[in-house]
Design a binder for this molecule. Structure first.
Ligand SMILES: Nc1ncnc2c1ncn2[C@@H]1O[C@H](COP(=O)(O)OP(=O)(O)O)[C@@H](O)[C@H]1O
Ligand SMILES: [Mg+2]
Length: 348
């Protein structure tokens, strides 16, 4: 059988660039090269697209963009041919491919922007479509849709950049501390502060606005976090549910990528009935937000056992010690098979 040429998009002009490098490195190390030929396209922090064809370690070391073999590429605006164009001195070359695995996290990658471009050019890709990616990236709109399904979400208020700080502070008097102040569209906990009292408000608001033009201020959910890995378009396959045990503050960037004190329990320390309920709610959330391909649905379990929706990550962390691949591995799907199944879901 002919090998499929799969473009792996990595890096990205966003705050989660370094996370993408870890995910792409693992993807490229584990992709089944008997079935697929990966084509590496890196996006620099400044947004330049480069065809990279050098040592994989340069990705994890973040030196890939210095490779002398790199060539600038642009996508061919033709719905019938899936190609990148390379202009090399005066010579024009093309690279043909079959599908794109978008391994970008956060803005300009996971938020529907890249997906929209790919849909426009009729290019098959792995993961959620434009609308679903955009909805899941928007913590406020995702909450509103999921709430319509009768699923609980944190009590929150949303403000845009035009709103006066004093007005924000006045309005949130109806919310109870501690509060979480977050960019509406973001990831990896970047720009998020847990605010314990009034004195921390102003800095937290400013910090969230550094990453987005809208912020969401949520009441703290007392309990713990669980995640549910899902893959599929119509028929859904659900991985093992995991649980994050945090001893201090919250699951911030440091805890996520250089684990300090957070412990991941896989499977979550819950009875079968609760696990079944979590999976069922996660599938409802996945469907209500129009997800396809794969996504990780994150929820809180309150002290009284109630399940509260947090967010959907449409391109969850994908390194070989990340939560999504581990949750699938716990259901006997090895990383290599996981990648194959995801690609098949995207191209079929
Ligand atoms: N309403 C909340 N109640 C309790 N903890 C929260 C709440 N919102 C966020 N957190 C904590 O902050 C972390 C990051 O928030 P999240 O909304 O998942 O943003 P990101 O998209 O950056 O991962 C969560 O994993 C959790 O530890
Ligand atoms: Mg999160």
């Amino acid at each position: 059988m002919k090998k499929l040429n799969i473009v792996v998009l990595f890096g990205g002009c966003c705050s989660e660039y370094s996370v993408s490098l870890m995910s792409a490195y693992a993807l490229l190390n584990n992709i089944d090269t008997d079935k697929f030929k990966p084509i590496m396209i890196g996006i620099t922090k400044k947004g330049q697209w480069l065809h990279f064809n050098d040592d994989l370690n340069m990705i994890i070391e973040d030196t890939w963009h210095t490779s002398i073999t790199n060539k600038m590429v642009s996508i061919c605006a033709n719905r019938d041919q899936h190609q990148f164009i390379i202009v090399d001195d005066l010579d024009i070359k093309t690279i043909s491919f079959d599908a794109v695995f978008v391994m970008l996290h956060g803005k300009n990658g996971e938020d529907g922007t890249v997906q929209g471009m790919l849909e426009l050019f009729n290019i098959p890709f792995i993961g959620c479509n434009t609308l679903s990616s955009a909805l899941c990236m928007d913590k406020d709109k995702a909450h509103k849709i999921v709430r319509c399904e009768g699923i609980k979400v944190p009590k929150s208020l949303v403000f845009n950049q035009y709103c006066d700080h004093f007005k924000i502070i006045d309005s949130i008097a109806v919310l109870n501390y501690p509060l979480f102040i977050k960019p509406v569209k973001g990831g990896s906990s970047i720009g998020i502060t847990k605010v314990n009292d009034f004195s921390m408000l102003s800095d937290a608001i400013n910090s969230a606005f550094e990453y987005d033009n809208e912020i969401i201020i949520e009441e703290n959910i007392k309990g713990f976090e669980v995640g549910c890995a899902i893959m599929g378009n119509d028929e859904l396959f659900v991985g093992e549910v995991d649980e994050i045990q945090i001893s201090d503050n919250f699951f911030d960037f440091n805890e996520k990528y250089h684990t300090q004190s957070a412990i991941t329990h896989l499977p979550a320390r819950l009875d079968d009935k609760k696990i079944a309920e979590i999976k069922s709610i996660a599938k409802t959330i996945y469907r209500s937000l129009g997800c396809s391909g794969f996504a990780r649905v994150d929820m809180f379990i309150c002290d009284n056992g109630e399940i509260v929706f947090n967010e959907v990550n449409t391109i969850p962390g994908f390194s070989d010690h990340s939560r999504f691949p581990n949750m699938m591995k716990a259901k006997n799907i090895e990383f290599k098979d996981l990648i194959t199944r995801l690609i098949e879901l995207g191209v079929n």
